[in-house]
Ligand binder design. Structure first.
Ligand code: COA
Length: 265
C-alpha cells in the first residue's frame, strides 16, 4: 500500500508488516510545514486504523525517516511563520502519536535532526542514527524553547543538567555524543544502516506481538507515575498476557524447541 500525500511518503508492505513514513521536503531539509504536520498525523492514524482492521495484517513496527541525505528534519518551517498561537496549550498530535500508537516506532536519522525534528525523534520509541548526524535544540537561539515534550524527553534520557545545557546553548552534537548522552540508541555507518535497521526490527519484533506492545505501554506508563503504581500496572499487564493464545504458543514452542508462530492474540 502506498500514499496519496504531497510532503510525505507512506508505505506498508504486507510481507514484512513494517510501516514506513518518510518526511519528504528535502529542499527545506524536511522542515515541518503545516501541510507536512497534517499529513504526518494522518499517516500515523492510518497505521492505527490499518492495524485495528481484523481483515488486514497487523502493523508490527513503524520506521520514520527523512528524504534526501541531509536531514531527518530541521524542525519548524521558519519560512511558514510557524509559531504556536498564543493560548494553545495542547501538545501537537504529531508529537504524541508515536508514543500513543501500540506498535514500536523507530526514528531513522541521517543528517540534521533539530528542533521539532528532534522532538519528533524523541517521541519515538527508538532512535538509530548515522555518525555524522547532528542533533540539537537551536530554539533558544531564536528566543524560544522546544514546547512539545522534547525537553522533558531529553531530560529523561540524558539527565536534567545535560538537557539544560543542550537547550540553553542550542549546540548541535553528533550521533556518537548523543548516544553517549543516552538519547540515540544505535549509531551505524550509512552503508550498514539499512541492514542494521532490518536486524533491529527483527530483534524487537521477536517476541509475541501483544508482549512487545505491552512492553512499550508498561515502560511509557511507568515513566509518568510513581514506582508503586508503575509496578502494579506492569503486574496487571503481565497477568493479562498469561491469558493469551501466544502465551500458550510461546511456552509450547519453548518446551518443544521450535520457533513460535505468533497469532497476536
Ligand atoms: N525551515 C524552513 N527551511 C529551512 C529550515 C527551516 N527550519 N532550515 C533550513 N531550511 C532551508 C534553507 O532555507 C535552505 O533553503 P534554500 O536552499 O531554498 O535557501 C535549505 O533548507 C538548506 O539550508 P541551509 O541553511 O542553506 O543549509 P546549511 O547546510 O547551510 O545549514 C542548518 C543547515 C540546518 C544548520 C541550517 O539550515 C539551520 O540552522 N536551520 C534552522 C534550524 C532551526 O533553527 N530549527 C528550529 C526551528 S524552531
Amino acid at each position: 500500500m502506498t500514499d496519496g500525500y504531497t510532503d510525505l511518503r507512506w508505505r506498508f508492505d504486507d510481507a514484512d508488516r513494517i510501516g514506513r513514513i518518510t518526511l519528504d521536503r528535502p529542499d527545506s531539509l524536511n522542515a515541518l510545514s503545516p501541510g507536512l504536520r497534517e499529513e504526518l498525523v494522518d499517516g500515523f492514524e492510518r497505521f492505527r486504523e490499518l492495524d485495528a482492521d481484523p481483515g488486514r495484517p497487523r502493523v508490527d513496527a513503524i520506521v520514520l525517516d527523512g528524504a534526501g541525505d541531509r536531514a531527518f528534519s530541521v524542525g519548524a518551517d521558519v519560512n511558514a511563520g510557524e509559531r504556536t498561537p498564543p493560548g494553545v496549550k495542547r501538545i501537537r498530535p504529531e508529537y504524541t502519536l508515536p508514543a500513543e500508537l501500540p506498535m514500536p516506532v523507530v526514528a531513522a536519522i541521517d543528517g540534521y535532526c533539530l528542533g521539532g525534528g528532534l522532538e519528533l525523534a524523541l517521541a519515538c520509541d527508538f532512535r538509530v542514527a548515522t555518525p555524522d548526524s547532528e542533533l540539537g535544540f537551536p530554539e533558544s537561539r531564536l528566543g524560544i524553547l522546544p514546547a512539545n515534550g522534547g525537553l522533558q524527553r531529553l531530560a529523561a534520557h540524558a539527565g536534567p543538567s545535560r538537557a539544560k545545557e543542550l537547550a540553553m546553548s542550542g549546540a548541535r552534537v553528533d550521533a556518537g555524543t548523543a548516544a553517549a548522552d543516552g538519547f540515540v540508541d544505535h549509531v551505524r555507518d550509512a552503508d550498514a544502516f539499512d541492514g542494521f535497521l532490518d536486524d533491529f526490527l527483527g530483534r524487537i519484533g521477536a517476541g509475541a506481538p501483544l508482549a512487545v506492545r505491552a512492553a512499550k505501554d508498561v515502560v511509557n506508563e511507568g515513566l509518568g507515575t510513581d514506582l508503586e503504581t508503575a509496578i502494579a500496572y506492569e503486574h496487571r499487564a503481565s497477568r493479562a498476557l498469561r491469558g493469551t493464545r501466544d502465551y500458550e504458543e510461546g511456552t509450547s514452542a519453548f518446551g518443544t524447541d521450535r520457533e513460535p508462530e505468533w497469532q497476536g492474540r
